[in-house]
Design a protein around this ligand. Structure first.
Ligand SMILES: [Zn+2]
Length: 83
């Protein structure tokens, strides 16, 4: 019976040792992930640019104000150009 208790203690010690090693390996992996530089941010999709007919500012096509086939950077410039 005494040997069974010793065997149990030894098995527990081995389990504890392996458990700590697994935790240390995880800690090292976490540390490496923390130290590695962050991956480059994904590139924004490229938008077509058009020049404002009034001031020449380049704006994405989606943000430009189109009027009679001409693009403007803002509604104020569209009005100023057509005044
Ligand atoms: Zn403009």
């Amino acid at each position: 019976m005494k040997y069974l208790l010793v065997l149990g203690v030894v098995l527990f010690a081995v389990w504890l040792w392996r458990h700590n090693r697994a935790g240390e390996a995880q800690d090292r992996a976490d540390e490496r992930a923390r130290r590695s530089p962050p991956s480059a941010p994904p590139h924004a999709p490229v938008a077509d640019m058009v020049a404002c007919a009034h001031c020449g500012l380049h704006v994405p096509t989606g943000e430009a104000i189109a009027h009679q086939g001409v693009f403007y950077c803002s509604d104020a410039h569209r009005r100023a150009h057509n005044a």
